[in-house]
Design a protein around this ligand. Structure first.
Ligand code: ARG
Length: 589
């Protein structure tokens, strides 16, 4: 379906055209004075300058032209030359009838040319638990992926785990100190290794920080860890078997955690998967003359003439020939282009890596790892801060595990809903988890991704104000009315064409009609916060309408039917939006 705003602009263009005015001036926007009108066109002012005429004269002539147009109930020319518009209730109702007739999409069309887009939005490291630093990537990335799918694209989410490098050598070294008798450390062992890992996830999460601490204090220990890393990467059979155990145990745990966040990945690739692509990639960069030795290291220049700040060369290999974070990301691009042949790769990563990704993208383009037609997109997000304005920490200043954060908020929600509910324990727990997730995700997504924000648990979990629980509360309210209506033996029909009787009803209808435009714009800008602010407006419009209107007690059956259909459409639009944001609403709360 065409967007309502576009339809109005088209009508306006026609009027301009018929009066001999340049129709590029006919653009219509949502009114910034809702007390005066619903839409406005300010084109007469700019046009007047060009034609050296009084703006009000032009506005008047257009208002005259539109006098009998069925689209509007009011067209007013006001000083100095504004056109204030109100939509006719019939026209609006008709638009909503069409929206209702398209359940699930509500008039939002898919993109004309679907793309294949790979999206990198995980970045956890093995053997380290997910902490709040990983929250934003997961929450924003999942929502962008869902927006992309809704718009008709093929989206391939890749967790891109950090499963390579010194951290693996550290774990192996510490294990060897503790359990030297394991077959993985016996070089004469030629049998199959055990299928069971010699550690649990909790042990692993303790082993890694211990080893990391030791390596900082003990030079010899660090040497051992570096040697173990080298041996692992150069075919030590026992270490490789151990490494597979580490990955397996970590990934199982990560999957469990992401699942609680309602986040999933199509691909569970890691940094290690890119390693086989490195030698060939480096050779090509050297052969083509892009890579050269500078102070011992192999680098590619990526600065451009138009740069206003210094962009240092992209390092490909360290002076000892070892690869680094950059090398892995570049090789990952080779790997990604090689499979699925994407039109675009989106990275949802901490914005402090902005310069780094500028270097990577330029290097990838310059050395032709990707064609010019492939879009590389960095979506950098800001930091999640505590109420003190510093990065979010536990009460004693430690790094907060994501699991702990989730459980704390679930518990808080559970207490809240248990106060005045008759749900059984299991239902209440499930509902609490749903509300908690809405609090966390909406709290995050309602901020522009690139900005830092304050994670305020008290505010985010409130059932009032601009919060996830408020949105869910509104949906539950609507569902409850719809259920009561159906329980009384009625069935829900589509919107009944006809007039909106009250201002609050019309305001709700106008909000609903914005849906396709909002989703389109949010996707174009990769901006989930636009969807959040839309559903907040929509929920407010719904609640206002609800307070002003007798719905279940309405004696006129036709009127009631129309109200109910409007509620059903509101429910559908709200639930579609929160699904795109990555959370769901309960039946009761
Ligand atoms: N594992 C990295 C870290 O902890 C984040 C990875 C982000 N993605 C990427 N393709 N570099 O910082």
């Amino acid at each position: 379906m065409k967007k309502l705003l576009d339809l109005i602009t088209e009508t306006m263009e026609l009027a301009f055209d018929e009066l001999g005015y340049e129709k590029s001036y006919a653009k219509v926007s949502i009114s910034n004075r809702p007390d005066l009108c619903e839409f406005q066109c300010n084109g007469a002012m700019a046009l007047a300058k060009q034609l050296k005429k009084a703006p009000i004269e032009i506005a008047d002539s257009i208002a005259d032209k539109l006098l009998d147009n069925k689209m509007f109930s009011e067209v007013n020319a006001v000083m100095p030359g504004f056109l204030n518009l109100k939509l006719s209730t019939d026209y609006l109702a008709d638009y909503l009838v069409q929206m209702s007739g398209d359940p699930g999409r509500y008039g939002c069309e898919r993109v004309e040319k679907p793309k294949t887009i790979r999206i990198d939005y995980g970045g956890p490291n093995v053997a380290k638990p997910l902490h709040v630093g990983h929250l934003r990537s997961a929450v924003i990335g999942e929502s962008i992926k869902r927006m992309g799918i809704f718009m008709g694209n093929t989206m391939i989410g890749d967790v891109h785990i950090g499963d390579w490098g010194l951290q693996m050598g550290l774990i192996i070294t510490e294990l060897k100190e503790r359990k030297p008798y394991l077959p993985y450390f016996n070089s004469t062992f030629t049998d199959e290794y055990p299928t069971e890992a010699p550690f649990t996830i909790s042990e692993l999460e303790e082993i890694y920080p211990t080893a990391s601490k030791k390596s900082k204090e003990d030079e010899a220990y660090k040497e051992k860890a570096m040697q173990a890393t080298y041996d692992l990467q150069h075919g030590n059979r026992g270490y490789q078997a151990l490494w597979r155990h580490i990955i397996k145990v970590s990934v199982d745990d990560l999957k469990r955690n992401y699942k609680r966040l309602n986040v999933s990945f199509e691909l569970w690739k890691g940094e290690s998967d890119a390693q086989p692509y490195i030698p060939e990639m480096v050779r090509k960069m050297k052969d083509a003359g892009y890579a050269y030795i500078s102070e011992g290291a192999l680098v590619v220049d990526v600065k451009e003439e138009t740069d206003t700040k210094e962009i240092p060369p992209c390092m490909i290999l360290k002076s000892d020939g070892a690869s680094l974070y950059n090398t892995t990301d570049l090789a990952t691009i080779v790997q990604r282009v090689g499979s699925y042949n994407p039109n675009e790769i989106i990275y949802v990563v901490d914005k402090r890596q902005d310069l780094y990704f500028t270097q990577i993208f330029r290097c990838a383009k310059k050395t032709h790892l990707v064609g010019d037609d492939v879009k590389l997109h960095f979506l950098g997000f800001g930091t999640m801060n505590g109420k003190d304005g510093k990065p979010f920490k536990t009460r004693d200043g430690g790094v907060m595990r994501l699991e702990t954060l989730l459980s704390d908020i679930e518990e808080k929600m559970y207490e809240k809903i248990s106060e005045n509910q008759t749900m059984d324990e299991e239902d209440a727990r499930k509902t609490a988890a749903q509300i908690a997730l809405s609090a966390i995700k909406y709290g995050d997504l309602s901020n522009q991704a690139s900005k830092d924000y304050i994670f305020d648990i008290d505010r985010f979990t409130s059932f009032e104000g601009n919060t996830g629980p408020y949105i869910l509360y509104t949906i539950v309210r609507v569902k409850s009315i719809l259920n009561k209506y159906q329980q009384a033996g009625h069935s829900i029909v589509g919107i009944v064409p006809g007039a909106a009787c009250s201002e609050s009803e019309k305001a709700l209808q106008l909000e609903l009609a914005r849906f396709n435009g909002v989703i389109e714009a949010a996707y174009a800008e990769l901006a989930p916060h636009r969807i959040c602010s839309y559903i907040y407006d929509l929920a407010n419009a719904l609640n206002h309408f609800y307070h002003e209107t007798k719905i279940l007690a309405e004696p006129d059956a036709a009127k009631q039917q129309s109200y109910i259909a409007l509620l059903e459409l509101t429910r559908g639009v709200l639930e579609t939006c929160i699904d795109v944001l990555g959370f769901t609403a309960p039946e009761r709360m």
